[in-house]
Design a protein around this ligand. Structure first.
Ligand SMILES: Cc1ncc(COP(=O)(O)OP(=O)(O)O)c(N)n1
Ligand SMILES: Cc1ncsc1CCOP(=O)(O)O
Ligand SMILES: [Mg+2]
Length: 230
């Protein structure tokens, strides 16, 4: 059985964004986890495979003793290679064009944490009936330069609709794309289980403080919220 996805703040640690801000991936991951981020995903769209594996190993080292889960974006082979170097890697986050979740499950094991991006109705339906998928990533909620291939923003309404269907199917939803601590209340009220960010933490001069702000905002009582989505 997979480990449960932690509710609240989810960090997508993008290597390029992190390094451009002058941070070390292991330090950012550790600071975020020590401030309450429950899941760290390593994303490296431009890195060579070897550098991607090294970054995952470094992040795993940074997460030692924190209890945060570590997942790898897209690449099951990178996750397996990092494991074979002794890193604790919990799973992968797959896109619609990556290895099918069932194959990832077969390779990573029954206790692996496997996420799948799904926002379009057909993709959501497939994801929710796929027993290999533990959670859904829904986005981009807003257009963002961190995801330049996405040309349509799904918006908070979609987060709410997918979250309702996913809840009925017993799967958590992670909202992502153009989000920050100021969105935590709306994302949570829309029914999402977690809120994922890249820039809000990785590009921040103080990633630990940014992660802490995200965690605090998520768990803040929602009494001030007037309306959510519709
Ligand atoms: C939590 C989470 N949700 C969605 C995504 C996007 O994944 P994908 O569609 O594979 O796009 P890339 O991140 O690979 O550009 C994600 N990474 N994490
Ligand atoms: C990986 C990904 N998937 C959808 S949007 C996105 C990037 C989110 O980055 P940011 O939090 O900087 O907008
Ligand atoms: Mg991906």
């Amino acid at each position: 059985m997979s480990r449960a996805l932690a509710p609240g703040a989810y960090l997508v640690l993008d290597l390029a964004v992190t390094e451009a801000a002058g941070h070390r991936p292991g330090d950012v991951a550790r600071a975020a986890a020590l401030h309450g981020v429950g899941t760290v995903q390593v994303r490296a769209k431009l890195a060579a495979p070897g550098a991607f594996v090294e970054a995952v190993v470094e992040v795993a080292r940074g997460l030692t003793g924190t209890g945060a889960a570590l997942v790898v974006d897209d690449r099951v082979d990178v996750a397996l290679a990092a494991r074979s170097r002794g890193a604790r890697v919990d799973g992968v986050h797959l896109g619609q064009h990556d290895l099918p979740a069932a194959d990832a499950r077969a390779l990573l094991g029954s206790d692996a944490l496997i996420g799948l991006s799904a926002a379009r109705p057909d993709d959501v339906r497939r994801a929710l009936t796929d027993p290999a998928v533990d959670y859904l990533g829904v986005g981009p909620v807003r257009l963002t330069s961190t995801k330049p291939d996405a040309t349509v923003a799904v918006g908070f309404d979609r987060v709410r609709d997918v979250s309702a269907d996913a809840r009925a199917a017993g799967r958590p939803v992670v909202a992502i794309g153009g989000l920050g601590a100021e969105d935590a209340g709306v994302v949570r009220a829309a029914g999402a289980h977690a809120l994922a960010v890249v820039s809000a933490v990785c590009a921040h001069p103080d990633p630990g403080a940014a992660a802490a702000a995200l965690v605090t905002a998520w768990w803040q009582p929602a009494t001030h919220l007037v309306a959510v989505a519709r």
